[in-house]
Structures are given as C-alpha cells and as structure tokens.
Design a protein around this ligand. Structure first.
Ligand code: T5A
Length: 225
C-alpha cells in the first residue's frame, strides 16, 4: 500500500492553523476522497496529551529550555508511534497542527538552544517521518496574539502566549527562516486574509505540491492516418 501524505501547519499564535487544518481535511475528503487524520502537537495521543498539559500550564518551565525541548520530543515520539505512522502506513493523509518546526522556532528562540541540539533531538524523535508539505502561516505577531486573545475569552494565556511581543516577532522571523531554508518542503501562506481566502491559498499550495495521482491515459485505439 502507498504511504499516505503528511502535511503540517506551522506559525505563530493565532495564525489560523487549527481552523485551516480542519478546512483542508474536509476538502481533501470531499474532493480527493482520501481518509484524513487531523491531529496536533503537543498532543495527538493520550500520553502526548498528558505531556501537553504539563508544558502549556508552565509547570515544565522550571526544567529550563532544554528540559522543555526534551518533553516536546518525548510527546512527539509517542504521537508518531501511536497516531502518525500507523495512519500513513494505512495510506491515509495526516494533517498536523504544529510539528518539529515549532520546536526549532519556539525552543530555539525562547531558550537560545544550540541548533545542533535541536537537530539531534529532531533526528531521534522524527527519524525519517518528515512532512511532505509544511504550510507556514504568516501573520504580524500583534494580529495573531489579538486573535488568540479574542478566542480565549476569560481563560488565562498559556505558558507560551504569555511571552512578550518581541519574542512573538522573533518567532515569526524564525518560521520564515525555516521556510526560506527548505523551500521544497515549505509554502508560506498569507494568513492575514479572510478564512475563505486563506483556505484557497492552502488548497492551491496542496494542489501544486501534492497533486492527486491521475490515472494513466488509456492508449488510443484510433488508427493514425
Ligand atoms: N510549542 C509547540 C512549542 O513551544 N514547541 C513545540 O514543539 C510545539 C509543538 C501550543 C503551544 O506550544 C508551543 C507553541 C504554542 O504556544 P496551542 O494551544 O496548540 O499551543 O497554540 P497554537 O498552536 O498557537 O494555537 P492557537 O489556537 O493559538 O492558534 P491557531 O491554531 O493558529 O489559530 P486558530 O485557528 O485557533 O484561530 C485563532 C482565532 O482566530 C480566528 C479563529 O476563529 C479563532 O478565533 N481566525 C481568524 N480570524 C480572522 N481571519 C482569519 N483568517 C482567521 N483564521 C482564524
């Protein structure tokens, strides 16, 4: 059986990743007739969801940036083993809201971690299961934070949303740097448009990078003159 496709959404807070991951999955099912698993990080499996709670509550901050990076990697290992690789092996598409680029960006920016340490963790956690396409949702940090705050309502900001504006601006640059270094894997999407326009841009990127397999044309039976 052919391996399914692995698509990730990346970007700063409130850039519309969850909204667009859902919309892309619906369109893939409707127009391509494929089975799609929508998942997220940190999380996506019971053990990884438990680690998510610890990370987002801020309780892991005391371990320092390296400790947090290790916890994100531990969650990713379980998520890949339990959810992502089995779905890809079944020939299904996996659409994942954040993945390893978030560790590169967030733990790189927040902890100034050595990129070689982050790359080593990624090799151990991800192995060969790299995304086929990464959609980098790009938006000024102020707008993303305002959207995230409006959605949150009275709930308290999580450990990462609490970081200052300068950090969120640096995160935006970090994601754009990743996209510039790996243009064959990444497509940058202008996330400042309406949800419908963003969905069209996402679909255009998927159609261009991961076109549907077309059946081989049947050989012509007409006699050539
Ligand atoms: N993290 C994660 C790390 O530090 N390292 C890692 O390795 C990983 C994997 C995860 C946190 O963990 C950090 C990064 C994060 O801080 P999370 O709750 O999953 O936490 O946080 P986010 O991924 O940032 O999720 P958000 O919900 O904040 O943002 P989304 O998913 O980008 O945005 P979405 O779709 O929920 O939309 C936010 C609001 O905006 C509206 C939506 O309706 C919603 O109200 N919206 C739009 N409004 C106007 N125009 C549009 N085009 C809109 N699209 C959506």
């Amino acid at each position: 059986m052919t391996r399914g496709r692995f698509v990730t959404f990346e970007g700063g807070e409130g850039t519309g990743k969850s909204t667009q991951a859902r919309r892309l999955a619906e369109r893939l099912r409707a127009e391509r007739g494929v089975a799609v698993v929508v998942t997220r990080e940190p999380g996506g499996s019971p053990k990884a969801e438990a680690i998510r709670k610890v990370l987002l509550s801020g309780r892991a901050e005391a371990f320092g940036p390296t400790g947090e990076a290790l916890l994100f990697a531990a969650a990713r290992i379980d998520h890949l083993d339990v959810t992502i690789r089995p779905a890809l092996s079944r020939g299904e598409w996996v659409v994942c809201d954040r993945f390893a680029d978030s560790t590169r960006a967030y733990q790189g920016v927040l902890g100034s971690l050595d990129p070689e340490l982050i790359a080593s963790l990624e090799r151990v956690a991800v192995g060969k299961t790299r995304p086929d396409l990464t959609l980098v949702m790009d938006l000024p940090a102020e707008i993303g934070l305002a959207r995230a705050e409006a959605r949150r309502g009275r709930e308290a900001a999580d450990r990462f949303e609490r970081e200052g504006l300068a950090t969120h601006k640096a995160l935006r640059r970090a994601f754009l740097d990743i996209a510039a270094r790996e243009p064959e894997r990444c497509a940058v999407i202008d996330a400042g448009m309406s949800p419908e326009a963003v969905a069209e841009a996402v679909w255009a990127a998927v159609e261009a990078r991961l076109p549907s397999a077309r059946p081989e044309p049947k050989p012509s039976t007409e006699a050539s003159s």
